[in-house]
Design a protein around this ligand. Structure first.
Ligand code: SMG
Ligand code: MG
Length: 383
């Protein structure tokens, strides 16, 4: 496509309830949206205008990873989008497949890069009429929905929240854990809801190898997996931990690229991988990691970053690939938001429908989007 301009939009959406993890409490979701506007050749003489949406999953503060929303907006404005505009101004066709190589000289900032790629991919697919799911090679029309449960003030409060999610139909519960909130909540949930519920935990890097004795106590509760117990750059130590516990280790934060995924698999640092497109620089790399894991017999599932309907749509499409054999963190929109910026994703018998329309298959609702927008800027090529 030829790019006319790019809009960066920062939004702030209040969460229905605060979401507490080992690294902090979120009360609002701040996110940067990227809207790419351009043209593709039409059937006749005239080019057809297209636009596409990307969502940057960097959070307000650099607590999950080093990226954060304002930094993403800055790197997008100053370094990433100008490269895209310059490429287009030079008369070269910009495709989603070219975004990663084009942005490669800029180090890091994978979540910001992923948002650009997502927007270009959405625009390109809307232009050709293909859905993201079809583009990925999806094999399912709906995906099972798991829910991530934040750290609660007490065990009774936790049991209430989990009971409510199970009543809504969620097929898998993930408990956020941290030192001091680990064995007791897991034991309570297992005892109260029984052996049959699919249960897993996520530590968001809050432990060290010296905590292996505590983590080993979790082996008694038949967990599907423990997600990212150790720090992001501790891949080798995850391999050591894997020798000390029987609960399968799943990596999230550590898998920042296709190479990191290959290393983690080769080092036996994980038996499962959580795939998040933002964390690995985009949906094309996410699909490559899916393929790599599938070839190596590593089950994968799709992680969540409290996405709006835009990111949720793309995650649903990705999770419809055959290697996603575990339920993902793709909950209904009302898990986090009273009002989503797109048509809401709803739970249907414990599943989320994969959109079938061109591109993401969903579009922001103008008024709702404007209500949550805190900043907008338009970037275009200067001659
Ligand atoms: O989108 O359902 C969601 C959130 C799932 O727990 C979730 N995400 O480490 O996997 C993770 C966290 C990252 C965000 S925590 C604020
Ligand atoms: Mg995680």
């Amino acid at each position: 496509m030829k790019i006319t301009g790019v809009e960066l939009r920062t939004i702030r959406m209040p969460l229905k309830t605060p979401f507490e993890t080992s690294f902090g409490v979120e009360e609002d979701r701040v996110a940067v949206l990227v809207r790419v506007v351009g043209t593709v050749p039409g059937r006749g003489e005239h080019p057809v205008e297209v636009q596409g949406w990307g969502e940057c999953v960097a959070m307000e503060m650099p607590l999950y990873s080093s990226e954060y929303a304002d930094a993403a907006a800055d790197v997008l404005r100053r370094f990433l989008v100008p490269r895209l505009l310059a490429e287009s101004a030079a008369g070269r066709d910009v495709t989603a497949e070219l975004v990663e190589p084009l942005l490669e000289p800029i180090i890091g900032h994978r979540m910001a890069k992923a948002a650009v790629e997502m927007a270009v991919l959405d625009a390109q697919l809307r232009g050709s009429g293909q859905s993201l799911a079809a583009f990925f090679g999806a094999t399912r029309s709906s995906v099972p929905s798991g829910v991530s449960v934040g750290i609660q003030p007490s065990i009774p409060a936790l049991l209430d929240v989990v009971g409510d999610y199970l009543a809504q139909g969620y097929v898998r519960i993930k408990l956020k854990i941290k030192p001091g909130w680990d064995v007791a909540p897991v034991e309570a949930v297992r005892e109260h809801f029984g052996e049959l519920i699919l249960l897993q935990v996520d530590a968001n890097a809050a432990y060290t190898l010296a905590d292996a004795r505590v983590l080993r106590q979790l082996d008694a509760f038949d967990l599907l997996l423990i997600e990212q117990p150790l720090p992001e750059d501790d891949i080798r130590q995850h391999a050591e931990l894997a020798k000390l516990i029987t609960t399968p280790i799943c990596l999230d934060e550590s898998v920042v690229s296709v190479r990191a995924a290959a290393d983690a698999i080769a080092m036996r640092a994980c038996q499962v991988i959580n795939i998040k497109a933002g964390r690995v620089g985009g949906y094309l790399n996410a699909r490559r990691i899916h393929d790599l894991c599938r070839a190596n017999g590593i089950p994968v599932w799709c992680g969540g970053m409290l996405e709006t309907g835009l990111g949720r749509a793309a995650n649903a499409a990705l999770s419809a690939l055959p290697g996603f054999t575990l339920p993902g963190d793709i909950s209904a929109s009302d898990r986090f938001y009273d009002q989503d910026i797109t048509e809401p994703f709803v739970l249907d018998d414990g599943r989320i429908q994969v959109p079938t329309g061109p591109g993401l298959g969903v579009t922001p609702i103008r008024d709702v989007l404007d209500q949550v927008t805190v900043a907008t800027e338009w970037l275009q090529a200067t001659d």
